[in-house]
Design a protein around this ligand. Structure first.
Ligand code: NAI
Ligand code: UGA
Length: 431
């Protein structure tokens, strides 16, 4: 079977690699010429550990091709995965314009039976809409199926997650589609859930929203821990040993960011509202997350008096380590507020950079942590890159003007930082 992947971003490029690794012939299609050109050379257009090497291997072997030619690609493949973006509209609901465009392209160029599989995260009911969009664009009738097969990979761990998933969810009412998808995934050792398209679509949102809920819950508890001088990490450890709770996603911090949790929680709330169902818990999850970064900023402001003309070093820009993705990264909100309050902001991230945007013009982007903290009145750590923990703060402290350290990811050892002489505050670890 030959597989076409439409959209070669994080999910598309990873999915292309996964099927090539499984031995299938794969083509990646994108409208972005520059991305396709890089991929053809075996290079990625984003930072994802281990992925580039595997893409390069399959490009060289000829198992993985990349193109911008929609007509030939769609006509030449019978299994098509849709992996384009589904960003938020201003009201928080999902913008399906890229999905609609791809469905129209498939309908227009199809020349026989196609199995169309939506891997993008799409609201409940989208499988029916994609079916209608394909039908409407057909020049002559051809049979096709549309299935939902949501993706659960994490950025920074995409290779590992996609090659060894916890589960494969297939949403389809078609026996033919089920059989083809089970064949495609035959080499995977994990449970398969075969269900309706709507159920598959909801499983994806419900999973992301539940993980986001765990995070906001811990972030609220962390504030209580601050009042009682309890370490929230110790609380998380004690909770996580209960297998009904589990140890993951209990890390308090600056709140969740990225291209998925914020948009998916808000989309689920919007979809529910359209059905007159109010997801009260998720509304509060969003509210807690919206203000979480400000909790640490308030602590810093209290300590410094105000931020005007203070030198603030931001360590970490990406929404989490091991990625250069800064979409909805708490650091960007932090920087925005600091600039509004007239701080001098210097920034270091091992891979992420600020976009060339006028609003960030005043930020000094540095090429090392040492450079960023020179003459700083305070450090605010926003992303838990492993390299930051390994820095020798005992010797680095001499570079700073004032020894204030605000740890947005509870990464450092609070006692040790205080022993060194820092005024140290994290999120719920003031014990
Ligand atoms: N980024 C992640 O870690 C995960 C993302 N998802 C979901 O997967 C979907 C894709 O996400 P990402 O890969 O992050 O998006 P992305 O923004 O990195 O990539 C989307 C790609 O689609 C291309 N594209 C747009 N319109 C197109 C068209 N008409 N024809 C061909 N290509 C087109 C864009 O040029 C871009 O390269 C979203 O729905 C997201 O919610 C799901 C799981 C994980
Ligand atoms: O749908 C998606 O796109 C993906 O969204 C998340 O993956 P991702 O956004 O890459 O990253 P996560 O590791 O989930 O982290 C998301 C955010 O939550 C924060 N987080 C995570 C865990 C935690 O305990 N505390 C916490 O604040 C992270 O710092 C980050 O900002 C999910 O984990 C994936 O399963 C899903 O496929």
């Amino acid at each position: 079977m030959k597989i076409l992947i439409i959209g070669t971003g994080y999910v598309g490029a990873t999915t292309a690699m996964v099927f090539a690794e499984s031995g299938w012939q794969v083509t990646g299609l994108d409208i972005d010429e520059a991305k396709i050109e890089r991929l053809r050379q075996g290079h990625l257009h984003f930072h994802e550990p281990g992925l580039e090497e595997l893409i390069d291997k399959h490009v060289r072997s000829g198992r993985l091709l990349f193109t911008t030619d929609k007509e030939t690609a769609i006509a030449g493949h019978d299994i098509i995965f849709i992996c384009v973006g589904t960003p938020s509209r201003p009201d928080g609901s999902a913008d399906l314009r890229y999905i609609q465009q791809v469905a129209a392209d498939i309908g227009h160029w199809m020349n026989g039976y196609k199995l169309v599989v939506t891997k993008s995260t799409v609201p409940v009911g989208t499988q029916e809409r994609v079916t209608a969009w394909i039908e409407a664009a057909q020049r002559q009738p051809h049979l096709f199926d549309v299935a939902s097969n949501p993706e659960f990979l994490r950025e920074g761990k995409a290779v590992e997650d996609a090659l060894r998933p916890d589960r494969i969810v297939i949403g389809t009412d078609s026996a033919r589609a089920t059989e083809q998808l089970l064949t495609l995934y035959q080499s995977f050792q994990c449970p398969r859930i075969i269900t309706t398209p709507r159920t598959a679509e909801l499983i994806k949102y419900a999973s992301n929203a539940f993980l986001a809920t765990k995070i906001s819950y811990m972030n609220e508890l962390a504030k209580l821990c601050d009042e009682f001088k309890i370490n929230v990490n110790a609380v998380a450890e004690g909770m996580g040993l209960d297998p009904r709770i589990g140890p993951s996603f209990l890390q308090a911090g600056l709140g969740y960011g990225g291209s998925c949790f914020p948009k998916d929680v808000s989309e689920l709330v919007m979809t529910a509202r359209e059905q007159d169902v109010h997801l009260h818990i998720l509304e509060q999850v969003m509210e807690v997350n919206r203000t979480q970064y400000a909790y640490l900023l308030d602590k810093a402001r209290l300590r410094l008096g105000d931020f005007a003309n203070k030198n603030i070093a931001i360590l970490g820009l990406a929404f989490k380590p091991d990625t250069d993705d800064i979409r909805e990264a708490p650091a960007t909100r932090m920087i925005h507020d600091l600039l509004l309050e007239q701080a001098n902001v210097s920034l270091f991230d091992p891979v992420a950079t600020l976009p060339a945007h006028a609003s960030y013009g005043a930020v000094t982007e540095c090429s090392s942590a040492e450079e960023a903290i020179r003459d700083a009145d305070a450090v605010i750590l926003c992303t838990e890159w492993a390299a930051f923990e390994q820095l020798d703060w005992e010797s680095l402290k001499g570079l700073m003007r004032q020894l204030n350290f605000f740890d947005g990811r509870n990464m450092m050892d609070a006692r040790k930082m205080r022993e060194i002489g820092f005024y140290y505050q994290g999120i719920g670890n003031d014990y």
